[in-house]
Every structure is written in C-alpha cells, then in structure tokens.
Design a protein around this ligand. Structure first.
Ligand code: G6P
Length: 372
C-alpha cells in the first residue's frame, strides 16, 4: 500500500494533489477550436439535446454537491431548468418524467445502488439518462443512454475529493456542449468559457502551493467541536461540501448554509469563538453578491464568530472582518468552486490527521454504497 501511495502519507493527500490533472484529463479531447464537443454524446444526437425541456440530476453525497454547482452553470449557459435530487428521494416520490426530461446521474464509482435505481426508474418512465462516472465499465453507465467519463483516475480514499472537481468539470463541459447545440451561447462566448475552464488546472495548482497555511490553521483548530460554512451562489454548494468533508474525515459537527439564510436561523448558532468559514464571491464577478457576503461576515463577526474567509487574491474588503484569509486565484465566478473547495478539503484532512484519525478509511463509511 505504501508504494501505491507514491510517497504520500495517505491516498487522500495524494488524490487532493492530483486535482489539477483530474480536471485537465477530463477536459482533454473535448475542446476543439474554442468550443466543446463531447464525442460520447454523438450517439445521443443533437436533436434529442435540442428537445430537452428540463434536467434532473440524481446523485448522493459529494456527487450531489457537484450537481448543485453545475446547476448554476448549465441554467445560465443552456437556459434549461435544472433540479438536483438525492437519488434515494427521487425514486420514492413518483417524479414527473417524460421524453423531454433528461436525467443526469453523477457517481464516482458507478455502483451506488440508490443512484442506479434512480436511473433505471427514470428510463422505465420515459426519460433519457446520461451518466457522469469515473469508473470505466461500471453498472450505472451501462444502464444509461450515454456516459461522460470523468478522468480523475482511481479514487481510493473513501471521502471523495478529486472526483468532485472532475465531476464539476464534466458537467461544465456538458453545459457548454448543450449551449452550443441549442444555440444559447455564441461562438465567442463559448470560447471565453472554454478558456476559463482550461485555466483551472494551473489555478488549482496555485491553491495547493498554499496548503501549509491551511494545514497550520487545521492543527490550531484540532480541538474545535463545531464549524459552520457559509456560501452564496456557487459558493453555497461548496459550503455544503466543506461541512461534509469535515464530518466525514474529522467527525466534527459541521453545517453548510446559504449565506442569505443566515437571518432565517443559522445566525442563532453564532456565539463567541464559533469558527465560520465563508466562501466569498469575487467582487469583480458580482459587486452585489460580494457586498452581501461581506455584510454577512460583519453580522457574524459582531456576534463573536471567528471568521475564516476564502477570498480571491486582492479582495481587501474582507480584511477588516476576517480572522484568517485563505486566498484563491482570480477566476470568473463559475470557476471559483473548483478553487475554493481545495482549502476546505485540506482543512478537513489535516484536522483529522491532527486528531490521529485515518483519513483514507473514516469510521462507518464505505467508498461505494451498494445497498439501499
Ligand atoms: C459514499 C462515499 C462518498 C461519495 C458517495 C457517492 O458515501 O463515501 O464520498 O460521495 O458515496 O458515491 P458515488 O460513487 O456514487 O459518487
């Protein structure tokens, strides 16, 4: 096993460090002259994609949060309504399906039983199914009309990391393919997005270079009993994923919230010393969203929260109110999740390590849940 880890102390640390390649390899062969063409969708047919009226994403765990991120991008680019549903909830509520509904399943393993059953149910009820999967020849792709493989390479650690960024990448590629086929983005707009996506691997590598600061923070916080995560827009699913990683790896009570919900409940949890990670949207992407999140930070800070901001390089507005600032490189808003998730993964992994826990094999969890 030591050899398989290639000198890394854990599979998870290795896999977190492989995220630039996971994204790059997932893009490979799918960008042509500034446009996205996914060869695997040829069999599916452009006419079928043009006829889609809505998309339902089914997935569990981290994969479901990848779907939640992609909703923002796919709706913006392809102008198709997208809903995300946990596979086990989808199946047992008689969802409305017909041949204009596209069901996209997301599964690293391709074997999650609830997701498999959701796909079967969807197809039996007239919907088309595309799967996003990291495991060649697994069951869910075989039960789907088409598959877009993520090329993250084998993921061994139980909690998902590199598969997550590869899933978002594959979904973005799908969104751009769909936008091209449906004519909702111009060639120039598609080229801008393609360029942004291609720049992601190097930017993730930049985030990884600053791991030490996050690791130190995690070690300082090893006794923490509860951590909250706030985000808005695409930062919201990242807050959920940050909390999930901390629960899975460090067995710490953690919750992610949409920053806009603060006043509707979560703010009651804030007491002096409560650590809160805040994913801060880029002020260049949206001055409005940025200032809303900054005022959320002020609100929780005024109640004694210990604020750890994840903000883009050069964002000075957060400095007066944050106890710690973790920086991510400049990127258009939709690409920020692929960067902002990395410090949260490292934080959870390092805090678990500081507690002496096995990050690759957390208690009670399985890599792939093949029972219902
Ligand atoms: C398990 C794993 C998670 C994973 C989820 C979905 O709970 O511990 O890391 O996100 O299953 O797995 P899948 O293979 O369908 O992506």
């Amino acid at each position: 096993a030591a050899a398989e880890k290639g000198g890394w102390p854990s599979f998870m640390k290795k896999e977190v460090s492989e995220q630039p390649e996971a994204v790059a390899k997932t893009i490979l062969g799918r960008l042509h002259d500034g446009s996205v063409v996914i060869p695997e969708l040829e069999a599916f047919g452009d006419t079928a994609l043009q006829g889609i009226r809505r998309i339902t994403v089914v997935a569990c765990g981290t994969a479901a949060y990848a779907g939640l991120v992609a909703k923002y991008a796919i709706e913006k680019w392809a102008r198709v309504p997208v809903e995300i549903e946990l596979s086990h909830e989808f199946r047992y509520r008689e969802p409305v399906l017909d041949d204009t509904t596209l069901v996209i399943s997301i599964s690293q393993s391709g074997e999650t039983m609830d997701t498999l059953m959701a796909v079967k149910y969807a197809r039996a009820n007239g919907a088309k199914a595309i799967s996003i999967c990291n495991t060649q020849g697994s069951t869910i792709p075989r039960e789907s009309d088409a598959v877009i493989y993520t090329h993250a390479g084998p993921e061994v650690a139980v909690a998902s990391t590199k598969a997550f960024v590869a899933q978002i990448t594959a979904l973005y590629l799908f969104g751009l393919h769909l936008a091209r086929v449906r004519g909702t983005l111009s060639a120039a707009e598609l080229a801008v997005e393609a360029e942004q996506l291609q720049a992601v691997p190097d930017k993730i590598a930049e985030v990884l270079e600053q791991a030490e600061k996050v690791e130190q923070l995690a070690r300082w916080m090893a006794d923490t009993r509860s951590v909250l995560f706030l985000g808005r827009h695409v930062g919201f699913p990242i807050a959920l994923e940050g909390a999930l990683k901390l629960k899975e790896l460090a067995y710490i009570h953690a919750e992610g919230f949409a920053a806009g919900e603060l006043k509707h409940g979560p703010i009651a949890l804030i007491e002096p010393g409560q650590p809160v990670f805040v994913v801060v949207p880029s002020p260049r992407g949206s001055a409005e969203l940025h200032s809303k999140v900054v005022s959320n930070i002020q609100e929780i800070r005024a109640r004694g929260a210990r604020v750890i901001a994840i903000a883009e390089v050069g964002d000075a507005a957060v400095l007066p109110f944050a106890d710690e600032v973790l920086r991510i490189p400049l990127a258009a808003p939709l690409y920020e999740p692929l960067l902002a998730v990395v410090p949260l993964q490292i934080f959870a992994m390092e805090l678990a390590t500081a507690k002496g826990l096995d990050v690759d094999q957390p208690r009670n969890l399985a890599k792939s849940v093949t029972v219902e």
